[in-house]
Design a protein. Structure first.
Length: 69
């Protein structure tokens, strides 16, 4: 699965209790939209893992999207 990022993207994830907030600028939202479309076209078990080491702003919580049936 191809994962592309738009130049200048910014994404952060904060989990507090039962609430998860994903904050992103325009480039971040467009990047996520393209990646989620690619994931939807994949096969069950495909997943995208977001964390501070590969895509999220410092201090963000980790986030995983997984394709199921």
């Amino acid at each position: 699965m191809r994962i592309d990022w738009m130049d200048g993207f910014m994404i952060s994830v904060k989990i507090s209790g039962s609430e998860t907030v994903v904050s992103a600028n325009r480039e971040g939202l467009l990047s996520l939209a393209c990646q989620l479309k690619a994931l939807a076209e994949g096969v069950p078990g495909d997943h995208i893992h977001y964390d501070m080491c590969n895509s999220l702003e410092e201090g963000s919580d980790e986030l995983v999207f997984e394709r199921v049936e």
